[in-house]
Design a binder for this molecule. Structure first.
Ligand SMILES: [Zn+2]
Length: 215
């Protein structure tokens, strides 16, 4: 293990394994398909604060998914009970009114919603994408390459359709699946569609590249 490089920082001496998606995204007895990659304990610890936040968020949004509903009534409720800062953060994210506009800019309606904590989700998505990149290439994301992402709350619109044609990998049919492409002649560039619990509700679209323009 010691000669293995860490998926996150690219330095040798990995002393633990990272799990993608993290184990807490699964109910008991469903964890056999988790992707495992080498990591340093310190790199593993670096994103722990974001994992429960992301799990609670995705579980809470995917109300039609039975496993997500079960997890919400067990692990998520427990996590909210024992973690007051996280509870406060999730309460702060709730918004009484979010204004909805059509793609053409026409006002549609106001609705209760969630304002996602981008720092925590950024930490979470960056680790997941780096982990999946390592899983497919055996290499960490090259230095200077950034992860840019957005959350698509509903079905992808027509401009996103090319994403929906990327090959799909099913880690667990009810918990995590993703689509992706990594360009062989430009290995720092990749595109990802992450579906936690469902692929079309609160889908994460992510690209890696040198900067936003190259993405
Ligand atoms: Zn590391």
């Amino acid at each position: 293990m010691k000669d293995k490089i860490c998926y996150f920082c690219g330095i040798q001496g990995a002393d633990t394994r990272e799990e993608i998606p993290p184990r807490c995204f699964f109910p008991k007895g469903h964890t056999e398909s988790i992707i495992k990659i080498p990591a340093h304990m310190k790199c593993n610890q670096a994103w722990q604060g974001s994992i429960e936040y992301a799990r609670n968020l995705f579980c809470g949004i995917n109300t039609s998914n039975c496993l997500a509903r079960d997890l919400f009534s067990t692990k998520v409720i427990r996590s909210l009970r024992r973690n007051p800062p996280l509870r406060l953060q999730m309460l702060k994210d709730l918004r009484e009114n979010i204004e909805l506009y059509s793609p053409g800019g026409i006002y549609l309606r106001s609705t209760p919603g969630i304002c996602i904590n981008t720092n925590l989700l950024d930490q979470f998505i960056s680790h997941v994408i780096r982990g999946l990149y390592f899983h497919h290439t055996g290499q960490p994301l090259p230095k200077g390459i950034n992860v840019t992402w957005q959350v698509q709350q509903d079905h992808p619109g027509p401009e996103r359709l090319w994403f929906t044609r990327l090959p799909i990998t099913i880690v667990h049919p009810a918990i995590f699946r993703y689509r992706h492409i990594i360009l062989g002649d430009n290995p720092g560039w990749s595109a990802w569609v992450l579906g936690f619990y469902e692929l079309n509700t609160c889908t994460v679209l992510a690209v890696t590249g040198k900067d936003r323009q190259n993405a």
